[in-house]
Design a binder for this molecule. Structure first.
Ligand code: G3P
Length: 217
């Protein structure tokens, strides 16, 4: 499973890039706004920190404008992925941009029918928002499972990028369901290694080793 960092903060991206555990980055207009940085400068900086795919979202509502924005965004760096919303306009723009070999991430996906359309339009990634589905008492992981089955049935090569991830369980269950990628917020990614039984076990090992009075070095 690939891990992408869901962040537009260069310092956060750099921290996890140095750990060698993230394979890409996803941003969206809200994360860009939160960064309070100039758009183009920020995208250039993010794309210089991480060599993997960096999703950057078009913000217009017409397919013509999305295509224009997509070409502009794709020109910023060679590892940019153009993010488009799951609307007919987004699908039309996806068809054109993917036809020009520009990778597209179709975002704000909440159903399997949307995921089928995205794959048929040549999207490189589909982003089902599992956390927001759960917020509406709809099983987000079930959607990942469904999309995985459909994509397998028809050999669609679009990668399933589980997004809107809020918990460790979202990460693990997305992996069980077969998502190719999980895009994880930094504060959640930070907690992934921790388990209270690991801490407890390490405490015992350390104290027993000290009691043995022995040294390795
Ligand atoms: O990549 C999509 C993600 O940023 C949305 O997450 O928690 O706002 O639903 P959330």
């Amino acid at each position: 499973m690939e891990f992408f960092l869901d962040s537009a903060e260069p310092n956060e991206i750099s921290k996890f890039q140095k750990l060698g555990i993230i394979d890409g980055v996803t941003t969206n207009p809200s994360l860009i706004y939160k960064s309070k940085k100039p758009f183009r400068e920020l995208v250039v900086e993010i794309c210089s920190i991480i060599k993997g795919p960096v999703s950057v979202e078009a913000v217009s509502s017409s397919n013509e404008k999305m295509i224009e924005e997509g070409l502009e965004i794709a020109g910023i760096a060679n590892n940019v992925v153009v993010k488009l919303p799951m609307t007919w306009e987004g699908i039309k723009a996806c068809k054109i941009l993917s036809g020009k070999k520009i990778p597209v991430n179709i975002t704000l996906c909440f159903s399997s029918s949307q995921a089928i359309l995205a794959a048929k339009a040549g999207a490189s990634y589909i982003s089902p928002f599992i956390g927001r589905l759960d917020d509406s008492n709809i099983d987000g992981i079930k959607l990942i499972r469904e999309i995985k089955n459909i994509y397998r049935n028809y050999n669609f090569t679009t990668k399933i990028l589980a997004a809107s991830i809020r918990t460790k369980n979202h990460v693990t269950q997305s992996a069980v369901a077969g998502a190719d990628i999980a895009t994880i917020p930094p504060n959640l990614l930070d907690t992934l290694p921790h388990h209270h039984l690991t801490d407890k076990g390490l405490e015992t090992f350390t104290s027993d080793w000290e009691k043995s009075g022995q040294k390795i070095l």
